[in-house]
Ligand binder design. Structure first.
Ligand code: GCU
Length: 138
């Protein structure tokens, strides 16, 4: 497949709650990060081959204040201070995408809130292989 989805509500959650009171989520709900620094959602991601993959975090932020998070892969910073600006309303979802190097097999992708407001509401992680990691077709 071109991508694999990992639902936040099925991930490992530290200081957050699974909720479903704002429409537009995929799966069965989303994670409402506690409004504290250090709250996180951690996904276990499996890929067949090492390479650079696109990590798209689908989120909502119904405030006007950015909810930045540090994204790590296997404990190493992949996207420090990634911004999650306001989406206009809690039921309005957007995606932030970063490219990160994944190892063949199992990886941990963690998104940790870095301000006292906690993270945004997080719906899912979509992992896509960019073109540079596709096998040659000729
Ligand atoms: C509201 C909203 C929650 C959100 C929270 C927050 O309570 O309903 O979905 O997570 O604000 O500010 O984090």
């Amino acid at each position: 497949p071109a991508f694999t989805d990992y639902q936040a509500e099925a991930a490992t959650i530290s200081q957050g709650l699974v909720e479903s009171n704002h429409a537009g989520y995929t799966g069965t709900g989303f994670v409402n990060y506690d409004n504290v620094t250090g709250s996180y959602v951690q996904f276990t991601v499996s890929v067949p081959a090492a390479g650079n993959y696109q990590l798209a975090l689908r989120y909502a932020n119904g405030t006007t204040v950015d909810r930045p998070m540090d994204v790590t892969v296997n404990g190493t910073p992949a996207a420090p201070g990634l911004t999650f600006p306001g989406t206009g309303a809690w039921p309005t979802w957007a995606e932030k995408t970063v490219t990160a190097s994944l190892a063949a097999g199992t990886n941990t992708v963690r998104a940790t809130a870095t301000t006292v407001n906690g993270g945004p509401n997080l719906d899912r992680l979509r992992v896509s292989a960019p073109s540079d990691s596709q096998p040659p077709t000729a």
